[in-house]
Design a protein around this ligand. Structure first.
Ligand code: C2E
Ligand code: MG
Ligand code: MG
Length: 609
């Protein structure tokens, strides 16, 4: 026993090591410091600390400052087992193993040639255990003479094993925290904050002539998979997608999962556009093959938005905004495609910003009017009602389509005001029409979840003097997709007070049939895209026939939108569609001509309510 090793110095060691751990020093540096302290206090001892990969059951050398490097390298990845030298066996048994003579100990048969040439004759290894008793490492003394440990050495090792357990567990906890903070649990990919950190560092380190590409990837119709196959299948799919993205990216890009069905890649390159195109092409192609999810085969596409930073003037926030913008355009242009952010998009972005500001002013100034499109009974070609459609005459841009400004109003939280205004105008106008002429008003899905909607609608039509039975409210199936209980409660309440509910743009959403099951609609409005294909596309006509038959069986009326030709009108009549609207019969028009049309068909005498 060395004279220099004394009990009094042990608390000092403990203090130093715990301080290192608390200061966040790496496990390796803590372990090395511990070994060096022990070796300098217990001469003749060479110390090693190994951790155990508990999943693979293999040794991972952490510190062995006085053993030959090739010996440590040889131990790395060795399986623990019943005859695997002192350390592997101590880890296997969960108890200390003392080998006084390596040359003859059967535990060392497969390992002795690795160590004997270096002059080590004996080895004493102790398992390091976690708080819950799992072996997470080994702490060993190698001696150059054939001997076992002294009592004082045993005390020292007890203390060291304890310190090692703290250090290893601390490191594992840290790496678990890191994993949780920086990686996404569903896909195992870096998460948004990791992506942001990596991207910022990449942008800051761009070399001259280099630029960065950011690709935002979004799955097409992922929601439908989640809705129809369940969240477990959705999660499995995200994992498979992550795998394919990693295969596409290889070492040319950093891949992250931003959340939901959104992924992002970033790369630094000297050939910005061609590298981005190549990567985007690979990604889109990677979605050609179907995905297998627990025995079910699913096909899904991906849309990609690409933004480039050719110098340091664009920060990550701007780059992300551009990639996002390009992604939206890629999606709206047909999905399963990619789109670069460019000057044209920038202009569109700018004009959208201006439009937002103008919309606020227009609402304040009351710059909206309603147009009314007559709805006809197809068999008699007589007007049975009219749909109120918002019109905005912009001072410099002229007519702005509601298809453009309604989504902006929704985004800005203005749809409630605008929708109520439209309802009041339409209801007050229709109150004056013959009783059999109905009025249809569009409701945004967002209005349906607004508290107090039903009360407001009832109040408005009451103030206008319109009977609820004369009001049709049109909702699109996206209103029902969110599976929002509030939406259905509102729809039932509106119907309970006598209004009728139509399902607008039928056939354009993800799950039209599902919508029909969610609520007992009074009318289905067949989307104009199907009508436009009558006589041109056999599929569209088959779909219309099926919708009409289905609606008939369910006792729901059908109306066709966008009738532009006699051929379409005749075909729809023959197919059994009951109502229709379209430019062929009448375009949306101001109130006065509509009133004249109504009077010409119904006769002013009948106009009295
Ligand atoms: P929607 O409710 O499906 O309205 C029918 C759209 O088809 C109208 O477009 C109408 O002008 C157009 N249309 C009618 N007949 C034909 C035709 O024969 N050919 C073609 N090509 N188009 C025809 P509009 O007025 O541009 O409205 C677009 C959409 O904006 C509406 O679709 C509706 O979803 C929304 N919208 C309009 N007004 C309001 C409103 O007051 N509130 C809400 N929430 N949405 C509205
Ligand atoms: Mg409509
Ligand atoms: Mg429609």
């Amino acid at each position: 026993m060395s004279e220099s090793l004394s009990r009094e110095r042990l608390p000092g060691l403990q203090h130093e090591i715990l301080e290192d751990i608390a200061r966040g020093k790496s496990l390796q540096s803590v372990a090395e410091r511990l070994c060096i302290w022990v070796e300098s206090n217990a001469p003749g001892v060479a110390c090693t600390i190994l951790t155990i990969d508990t999943v693979a059951g293999v040794l991972c050398p952490v510190a062995a400052p006085s053993l030959p490097a090739e010996y440590s390298q040889a131990l790395a990845g060795c399986k623990i087992g019943p005859n695997t030298g002192s350390c592997g066996t101590a880890a296997w048994r969960g108890e200390p193993v003392e080998t006084i003579e390596i040359a003859t100990d059967p535990l060392w048969v497969d390992y002795r040639e690795l160590i004997l040439p270096h002059g080590f004759e004996a080895c004493w290894s102790s398992p390091i255990k976690s708080g819950d008793g799992v072996v997470i490492g080994t702490f060993a003394f190698y001696y150059r003479t054939r001997r076992g440990p002294s009592n004082l050495e045993r005390e020292l090792v007890d203390k060291c094993v304890h310190l090692c357990a703290i250090a290893i567990e601390h490191e594992r906890n840290q790496s678990r925290i890191h994993q949780l903070a920086y990686f996404d649990a569903v896909t195992g990919l870096p998460n948004r904050s990791h992506f942001n950190e990596h991207a910022r560092a990449l942008l800051a380190a761009l070399a001259a002539g280099e630029s960065a590409n950011v690709l935002f990837v979004d799955l097409d119709d992922f929601k439908a998979i989640n809705d129809t196959l369940g969240h477990h299948a959705g999660d499995l799919l995200l994992g498979r997608v992550a795998q394919r993205l990693i295969e596409c990216a290889t070492d040319r890009a950093f891949v992250a999962h931003l959340g939901g069905d959104e992924f992002a890649l970033i790369q630094a390159t000297s050939r910005a556009r061609s590298d981005a195109t190549e990567l985007a092409g690979l990604i889109v192609a990677a979605f050609d093959a179907p995905f297998e999810l627990d025995g079910r085969v699913v096909t899904i596409g991906a849309s990609i938005g690409i933004a480039q930073a050719i110098d340091a003037t664009i920060d990550l926030a701007e780059l992300s905004r551009r990639a996002d913008m390009a992604l939206h355009v890629a999606k709206s242009e047909g999905r399963n495609a990619w789109r670069f952010f460019d000057a044209e998009l920038e202009t569109a972005l700018q004009s959208r910003r201006t439009l937002k500001a103008d919309l606020v002013k227009a609402i304040d100034n009351g710059d909206f009017v309603l147009a009314y499109q007559p709805i006809f009974m197809l068999s008699t070609r007589r007007v049975i009602g009219a749909e109120a459609l918002l019109r905005w005459h912009h001072p410099s841009r002229g007519q702005v389509s509601p298809a453009e400004f309604i989504p902006i109003a929704e985004e800005m939280g203005l749809i409630g005001v605008l929708g109520e205004w439209a309802l009041r105008q339409a209801a007050c106008a229709a109150a004056d029409w013959p009783r059999q002429i109905r009025i249809a008003v569009n409701l945004s899905p967002l209005q349906l979840v607004m508290p107090g909607l039903v009360r407001n609608v009832v109040k408005i039509i009451d103030e206008c003097g319109l009977a609820p039975e004369r009001l049709d409210l049109e909702v699109t199936e996206s209103a029902l997709l969110a599976e929002n209980a509030a939406t259905r409660i509102a729809l039932y309440a509106l119907r309970d007070v006598g209004m009728r509910i139509s399902l607008d743009d039928f056939g354009t959403g993800y799950s039209s049939l599902r919508s029909l099951r969610s609520f007992p609609f009074d009318k289905i409005k067949i989307d104009q895209s199907f009508v436009a294909d009558i006589g041109l596309n056999a599929d569209a006509t088959a779909i219309i026939r099926a919708i009409v038959a289905l609606a008939h069986d369910l006792g729901i009326k059908t109306a066709a939108e966008g009738i532009e030709t006699d051929v379409q009108l005749d075909w729809l009549c023959a197919a059994g569609c009951t109502e229709g609207q379209g430019y062929l019969m009448a375009r949306p028009m101001p109130l006065e001509p509509l009133r004249a049309l109504i009077d010409s068909q119904v006769g002013p005498r009948e106009s009295v309510q």
